[in-house]
Design a protein around this ligand. Sequence first.
Ligand code: MG
Length: 284
Amino acid sequence: MKKIYLFALLTFSLCTIHVTAQELDEDGVIIINWEALQETKPYEKSEVWEPIPEKVSPGYLTQAPSDATILFDGKNLDHWHHPKFGYGARMDQVESVLTAKLRADEYKPAAWQIKDGAMIVQPGSGPIETKKKFGDAQLHIEWLSPVDPGKSGQYYSNSGIFFMGLYEIQVLNSYENETYANGQAGSIYKQTIPLVNASRPPGEWQSYDIVFTAPTFKADGTLQSPASMTAFHNGVLIQNHTILKGPGVYIGDSHYIPHPEKLPLLLQDHGDMVRFRNIWIREL
Ligand code: MG
């Protein structure tokens, strides 16, 4: 007991000495004596020197950086195909589609048009997906809603970007076009409303820059960590590390179902001739 008491007293005294030894300015703010610190260099303790981040040449504005995989450069659909099994509208359907997809990866050539350096949704031909599979990724994609004053709501330039063919961020004309907020452009479809509406008018090119983190599952198939998305719409933050409830579904609630670490990226055919261009991805 005595020892502990003495130790406490000593510590207290040292602290007192330490505090009183500090020089204060006229406002009571501690002045750091930088010259004296040159001898002990306490600031070096919080410096981390390794690992050294890999050098990457940044692109100019929306140009792909040097380590990106170019998914569409305006010339062809070589990186894409049309899957026999696309996506589901309700969780039970999502599960059956995924089961079928994993059992047999069947597909046809992507049938969307290419015009003026853009790919255009061919209504009725179905979604297209990447031949390559991705998990965690940074995606850049540009899209355009064609001008069509006769359309409104969910029928005005609807498409969608489905990470892993499951997790959708909505593509829609949301410039003076009312719809449910968790279904407008930049929403995590039917889950999370975007922070702001950064939409440009129809007829103008827009961009999404998205960081997607794939969910992980335990050996027994239960969820280990959920998926998340951070997204910029035309350079404006609209989803800030948003945690997903599960796949994007049109009907009912979502929940996680186990799936492989990597799956194709899918673009939706919702019957509107939405255009896409300059699509690149960086695996994380
Ligand atoms: Mg959609």
